[in-house]
Design a protein around this ligand. Sequence first.
Ligand code: SAM
Length: 304
Amino acid sequence: MRSIPLPGPGDEPAERREPTITRGQPPEAPPAIRTLLKELGLRPHKGFGQNFLINEHILTRIIEAGDVGPDDVVLEIGPGLGHLTHHLAARAARVVAIEIDRGLVQALRKTFQRTPSVEIVEQDALKVEPASLVGDHPYKVIANLPYYITSAALRHFLEAERRPVLLVVMVQREVAYRILAPPGDLNLLAISVRVYGKPRLIARVPASAFYPRPKVDSIVLRIDVLDHPAIDVPPDKFFKVGSAGFAMPRKQIHNALAQRIWMPAGSAQEVLRAAGIDPSRRAQTLSIPEWNTLTREMEQRGLV
Ligand code: SAM
């Protein structure tokens, strides 16, 4: 097995220096994947972010990171050719796998026709209401996410009426680093994740672990969902204020707010001061409690 060098200690901040995963992938897709796609008459669909995970060790690592056991109901987003689904089905009580690509759905239904614990749902995962699939049962989201929906998928499930107990997701490396950024450097996605959960890095995964090979490396993240969100204002108002603040991240926060949310002249500075925030700061320097206080102040003034 070929070993792929990963960035060494010191290349990244301490909170990112987490376990690395065993590498060792042939540069080409293993014949099995190519044969399977050929047999099915399918080609990887770039538009659906189809990069199939072909490293068994990483598949196992994802299952272990999710502590998947016999009581678990798992929602898998984008089962693809069903490799991760097989691993999940071997451990979980039930797997509901949501796939958007009709060709893959047909193939998956054949593959899992004798596995009653696996249900293949043909849907856009972003349009699925989790409770309609899992009912009242607690559930976990486990997925090698298509990159183009990473942020939307995380927000969709974290902000759902019935949130998962945890998520284990493969995401692009840069996106993972944004989510894991230290306080003082949080973007809107990092805030959205941390309002609802506690993210941690499980493993770094090289591009060679996928077929076709993407242009970027990936990271497996585990997000433990909090019992209660880390805010006590209505989430829609919180994210309205956050979105306004981050719409112009280079501007001072008072300018960004005043441009995006209607308010009388001078109000932005005033409300920021009332929230204990220097109006000349930039959005990324605010903590979640500060956004929370700011939202409360704006709500009290009828601005959101
Ligand atoms: N789970 C497989 C694996 O690990 O090899 C495939 C992962 S591949 C990165 C992403 C999968 O998500 C593809 O099968 C793709 O068709 C599917 N997909 C893309 N957009 C989707 C959406 N909006 N809802 C559900 N599935 C989607």
